[in-house]
Every structure is written in C-alpha cells, then in structure tokens.
Design a protein around this ligand. Structure first.
Ligand code: DON
Length: 562
C-alpha cells in the first residue's frame, strides 16, 4: 500500500518535469563493444570478437591482457567474478574469488592483546589469498568459450614479451610504487624498478610472459601445478606467507546462481555471495523504488538524502549478514524481499539525516537455507559479459612471484580481521566474514547485467572497494530515472555512503551549493574524494546499436567496437 501511495506522489511530481542535462555520447557501435580499463586490452577483446569469438572468449582474452597492461589491478594472482547473459537468455555467475589458505586462522592478524596488527593483511606475503583468476578463466572457457584456449592467451603473451608503451598514469603509478616494491619483495622485480618511468616508455614482463605460455599450453595446471605453483610456494616460504601447493591444487572456482531482482520494468542480474554486490545493489534499488527520483533533479538534495539513507541501512545489513555462503548462511531471500526493504525504510525522514548510530541491521530470524578493474563486453549476437577482477589494493600485496613475474593479491584484508575494526575501505564485518581456512572473503564487486522487457539493456561494473555497489546503483538510476545516455551516466559525479563511518563522500562538483547547504542542515556530513569508482559499461540503444560508457575521466578506460 505504501508503495502505491508513494508512486502516486511520484506521478504528480513528474508533472513538474526534470532538468535537461547536457548529452555526452560515448562510442556507438553497430554490433559489438568491449569497454575496459586499458585501450590495448579493449583492442584485444575486439580482435577476438572479429575472429569469430563470443563475448566469453573476449572476456578471457581481456582478463589475461589486463594482467599485463594493467598490472595494478588486472591479474592472474588475484580473483574476480563474471556475470554472463547469453543471447538465448541463459544467465550465469562465476565466483573465482580468492580463498583463505588452509593454514589461515581467525585471529591471524591480531597481536597478543587481540589488537589488529596494522598492515599485516594489506602488505606482503601474509596478505594473499589463494588466487582464482586462472581457474575462473578455464571454467568460463569450458562452459561458454568457442575459440581455442591458446588463441585467447597469445595476445597477452605477445604484449608481455614484446613490451608496450606506458600511459602517463601507469608511469606515475610505477614511480609511486617503487619503494613498496623494494620493501616487500625478497627478489627485486627488476623490470618495473626503473627510477623514473615516463609516458611512452616501453615496459616488458618477460617472466609473466613465460608464465602465460605455461597457462596457454597446460591450462589450469600451468598455474596451479608445476613451475608456477612451485615458484609461488617458494615465494611464500621466503616471505612467511601461508599459501601451499595443496591450497593451489585444491582451488576451484564456483558457478553460482546469479542474484536477480526487479527494479521498475528492469531485471537486474548480478553477482551473488561471496560478493555482497548483487544483494546490496538490489536492496538499494528496492529501497528507493517507491520515491519520485525522476522528478527530483540528479544529485539534488532530495535524491542524495534518499540514496544516503538507503545506503546506511543496506551497509548495516551487509556488515551483519553477508559472507561466503559456503561457510555462512546468508539470508538472501529475506534481504531481497520487497516488504523487508520497505520496513527498513519505514523510519526514513525526508527532512533529517538518521545518525548511523541509530541504525542497526534489520531483524532476520531463522536464516533460510582502490584496486580492481571491470570490463563489459557485448558481442554481435548479443551475448553479454560483465567481469570485475582484482588484486584488492593497488598492485595487491606488492609482492611479485619471483621467476613467474605476477603480482599477488592482498585480498585477505577483505575479511573482518576483528569484529568492529574497519578494513582499508572502512567497512566493518562480523561473524559472517571472519577468517576461516578455505573461506572466501566478502567482496563488494558487482558485475551486473540489466534486462528490459526480457532483452539485454545494460552491462555495467566498476572497481572502488566499498564504493562499487553505490557507483553501480547511481549509474543505473542515472540511465533509468534520469534518462542519461551511457557515457553521460558514467561521467556524472558520484557520491557514496556506507553506514559507518557516518559521512557522505562526494566527488568535487557533485553538489550544487544550495543542495549541500540543505543537506548539511538535515545533518549530513561530507568529505570529498578525487574519484569514486571507474565504471565501464554498455547500453543497448533503442535502435539496437550499443553505446559505451568508458570512464576515461577517472582512468585510461577505453571502448573499442565495430
Ligand atoms: O572485493 C572487493 O570488494 C575489494 N577487494 C575490491 C577492491 C577494489 O575495488 C579496489 N579498487 N579501488
């Protein structure tokens, strides 16, 4: 009933019209698009599509290419999630998230007094989970791939062995990372240690190229067994890390049922736990659905207030209820229930910010049984793939596996090292996300596909740690409610809040002065951030063409298509 009333209000409000926004149009392609964090990776994806590969083939090639050209986040030493929607309507979700090593323990990052030892879960060998990326790509290819495996890896090998020119951003990153690379590596990664990298400098990753050759020739055994596995375990031994040969051999990625839910006339298809992304995204959309978002200007005080209040409640739930479903009974059905989300918003006050101290997780009884990268692909048949993959932090643990040339993740920091102590993204965790052997750490990654009238409508995702979910939330609202095109929706300034800390992060210029004054009066506290997320997305236009949204304002992201 409440929903109906609010919808009526929305109709009245709609009559007032919405603001005209300037149209920025992204690359429009007739048939197929790849949007990723690096121009060379996008080009490799499109080359695979032109050779007759499908979107999953292209995704495998892009994942390996990013491990070379964007090693700060692209990886074979990390993990990720893939959501696919094939042209026949089949949907699938692949969880290739890292797992805690078998020797991991709940209190492994605590000192004798039970306090978290700073940085231990973030830097160096102890920070790494067992990598999932290579197994994930093998599984994705097995289920949906059409071109030979070796053809998908060869382009990455060519780049690694032949070298490629650094972008200005990459040159800066390598220069900035030099000291940490020296500090955390027992064997210096000479190829990246030059003193002063400049834009256009050629960089090669010869050891990584040879590792990719092993993967090309031996599939998963090229990584989880033999020379690569031995080098990785030797690296762990030199740095007191925990990953063993057994851990590597036992690693398996998992096909899971995608999370789905409706927002207005759209169907959202996203990543289930071990990521919190899909559940939280749908909770957020359901929480705001009854309100007249369209009639409230984009980033107006009313819309920001509504989004922030929904975010507080959803992130409080995330802290309590989300974790690896193989270890913790995540109450997905209840969290996605319309009535539950209405109840959560029942104390929403349009005039006042609710202090996060007054918000707790919802009541659920008897549970039912900065750095990551995202790419979006649509092929000429309409197969769509959304992949978000990560080492967690920028260059992960900063450890390069000597002799194999790849960076290892620091994904262990995504566990809750101690209840109530925030991780690097400031998010809290509890029992659901405590460290246990072989368990997956909770993620916020949200690779998402949206359908409209049962047809493909949008492919979207982003890096950004805990801001991933809220970035995707805003991009969907931008397109669906604020009627923006894809590039415009990606470019639009973003905000983020996550229950605790009780602040609203905003990108510079996100708010008009009058809106920030009224939001401050309501009780919101702001902090500014240089960039929130780095969204790469594709929209199917009414004429059937595809529009890219590549986040080139916030990164080197580029679309390629034909
Ligand atoms: O899985 C997660 O939620 C995080 N490890 C993602 C890290 C990330 O996006 C860093 N990028 N800024």
């Amino acid at each position: 009933m409440k929903r109906v009333c609010i919808l009526l209000l929305a109709l009245v409000a709609l009559a007032c019209g919405s603001e005209n926004t300037k149209k920025v149009v992204g690359l429009v392609a007739d048939s197929a698009l790849v949007v990723s964090a690096h121009p060379l990776a996008s080009k490799i994806g499109v080359d695979i599509l032109k050779k007759g590969g499908n979107a999953v083939d292209a995704a495998v090639a892009v994942q390996f290419a990013l491990a070379v050209v964007f090693p700060a986040a692209g990886n074979i030493g990390g993990g990720g999630y893939l959501v696919a929607r094939m042209d026949n309507g089949t949907i699938a979700a692949l969880d290739y998230r890292e797992k805690a090593p078998a020797k991991a323990t709940t209190n492994m990052y605590l000192d004798k007094n039970g306090d978290v030892i700073p940085n231990l879960s973030l830097e160096g060998h102890l920070a790494s989970g067992v990598p999932g990326s290579v197994d994930g790509m093998v599984e994705a290819h097995k289920k949906f791939g059409s071109l030979p495996w070796k053809d998908l890896i060869q382009p990455a090998i060519d780049l690694a062995l032949g070298g490629f020119p650094l972008t200005a951003r990459e040159a800066k990153w390598f220069n900035g990372m030099r000291e940490d690379l020296l500090k955390y590596n027992t064997v210096k990664p000479e190829n990246v240690l030059k003193d002063n990298w400049k834009e256009g400098d050629l960089i090669k990753f010869v050891d990584l190229g040879h590792t990719l050759e092993l993967i090309r020739d031996n599939g998963r055994a090229g990584f989880y067994e033999g020379k690569t596995a031995e080098n990785l375990v030797a690296e762990m031994k030199r740095g007191n890390g925990l990953i063993s040969l057994e851990d590597l051999k036992n690693y398996k990625s998992d096909w899971r049922e995608p999370i789905t839910g409706n927002y207005k006339e759209y169907k959202i298809i996203s990543m289930p736990p071990s990521s919190s992304g899909g559940v939280c995204l749908i909770q957020l959309l359901k929480s705001v659905e009854p309100y007249p978002i369209k009639s409230w200007r984009h980033n107006s005080s009313k819309n920001i207030h509504l989004m922030v209040e929904a975010e507080r409640r959803v992130y409080a739930d995330r802290t309590k209820y989300l974790g690896d479903p193989d270890f913790f009974n995540v109450p997905v059905k209840r969290l996605l229930d319309d009535q539950y989300n209405d109840e959560r918003m029942s104390n929403f006050n349009p005039d006042r910010a609710t202090p996060s101290s007054e918000i707790k997780e919802g009541k659920i009884e008897g549970y039912e049984s900065e750095e990551t990268t995202h790419f979006s692909i649509v092929d000429a048949k309409g197969n769509a793939v959304a992949v978000t993959t990560t080492l967690n932090g920028w260059f992960g643990s900063h450890v390069v596996v000597a002799g194999s040339g790849f960076f290892l993740n620091n994904e262990m920091d995504d566990f809750s090292a101690k209840p109530g102590v925030p991780n690097q993204f400031g998010v809290l965790g509890a029992e659901a996300n405590k460290i246990e052997p072989n368990k997956r750490m909770l993620s916020a990654m949200t690779p998402t596909i949206v359908e409209k009238n049962k047809e493909l409508f949008m492919v979207v995702g982003t890096p950004g740690g805990s801001t991933i979910i809220t970035s995707i939330f805003q991009v969907i609202l931008n397109v669906v409610d604020h009627k923006m095109g894809m590039q415009e929706a990606v470019d639009a300034k973003r905000i983020h809040s996550q229950w605790l800390p009780d602040v609203v992060a905003i990108e510079g210029g996100a708010l008009k002065k009058e809106d920030s004054i009224s939001l401050t009066k309501m009780g919101h506290v702001f902090t500014t951030r240089r960039a929130i997320g780095r969204v790469d997305a594709i929209l199917v236009l009414p004429n059937g063409k595809l529009e890219a949204g590549a986040d080139h304002l916030r990164g080197d992201d580029r679309a390629e298509g034909y």
